[in-house]
Design a protein around this ligand. Structure first.
Ligand code: SAM
Length: 276
């Protein structure tokens, strides 16, 4: 793994400094990086998508584990550095991992070419939630092993009943399980971010109640109900709405368990939004 001094020297040699707008906080704590790699359990020949390789510290470990790496980097200067350092040993995609519709960029999709892959990344904060929600609905993704802002990790793993249980929790948990790997204080990064981070594993459920093709519509429905989260379900959906067994019209959205959301959505005829 690259040391702090090596990362600083690589950037200084090119007249670069970490760019805040791209969420450039470089991981400089080897113990955490090892835990992420252990959780991802990469075997030689596995296909890995890394979003935001930066100076390549995680990329080099993935290559050492025998992975075939598709690395997507938005920063042209860092992409040039990576090309110089790692050359043809990685498939480097230069640009934003998400397109304007917040889908996976066409170039990344072409590189993956419908093969199964895992996401292993120290994610830039701006893309973490949309990317993880997207990949939960992607049949080819065998799991995401990532560093995210702690608050995002809390929302992804939140059980029903609390304030953190929101549309992101329901949409992702309808397809995947979310496991905490470790908590990272700001000092694990250079420069240290203002917030804490966490490493998590998001792994496909064996028998998810929502199919990959339904995932988008289900997510839209849940988001539209949660937009009125202070109200009770009976008032959001109309008092006449037939609710599946076990769901009270007096419940607020955050109290409904994920699989009950799916039953509710199906009983309403799979709408993409609530009317009114
Ligand atoms: N992988 C390095 C590490 O572990 O130290 C750097 C991680 S840093 C938190 C996030 C990286 O994501 C930066 O290299 C940044 O330029 C890149 N990045 C930011 N937004 C991006 C986007 N939308 N698509 C692809 N890469 C992005």
């Amino acid at each position: 793994m690259q040391t702090l001094a090596e990362i600083k020297a690589m950037l200084a040699a090119r007249g670069l400094r970490p760019r805040h707008r791209f969420g450039q906080n470089f991981l400089v704590e080897p113990a955490h990086l090892r835990r992420l790699l252990e959780a991802a359990a990469i075997a030689p020949g596995d296909l890995v998508l890394e979003v935001g390789p930066g100076t390549g510290t995680l990329t080099e470990e993935l290559l050492a584990a025998g992975a075939e790496v598709i690395a997507c980097e938005i920063d042209r200067d860092l992409a040039a550095l990576l090309r110089e350092r790692l050359g043809p040993s990685i498939h480097l995609v230069e640009g934003d991992v998400l397109d304007r519709k917040r889908s996976l960029s066409a170039e990344v999709r072409r590189a993956i070419a419908s093969r199964s892959f895992r996401l292993v990344a120290n994610l830039p904060y701006q893309v973490a939630s949309p990317l993880l929600a997207l990949l939960a609905g992607d049949e080819s993704c065998r799991g995401s092993f990532v560093t995210v802002q702690r608050e995002v990790a809390d929302r992804l793993a939140a059980p029903p009943g609390g304030r953190e249980h929101g549309p992101l929790s329901v949409a992702v948990q309808s397809r995947a399980t979310v496991r905490r790997i470790s908590d990272l204080p700001p000092g694990c990064f250079w420069p240290p971010p203002k917030v804490s981070s966490a490493m998590i594993a998001v792994e496909p459920r064996a028998d998810p109640p929502v199919g990959a093709a339904e995932h988008d519509d289900f997510g839209r429905f849940v988001t539209s109900v949660f937009s009125r989260r202070r109200k009770q379900l009976g008032s959001i959906l109309g008092r006449g709405a037939a609710l599946p067994e076990g769901i009270s019209p007096d419940a607020r959205p955050e109290a409904v368990p994920t699989d009950a959301w799916v039953a509710l959505w199906r009983s309403l005829g799979k709408p993409t939004a609530i009317s009114g």
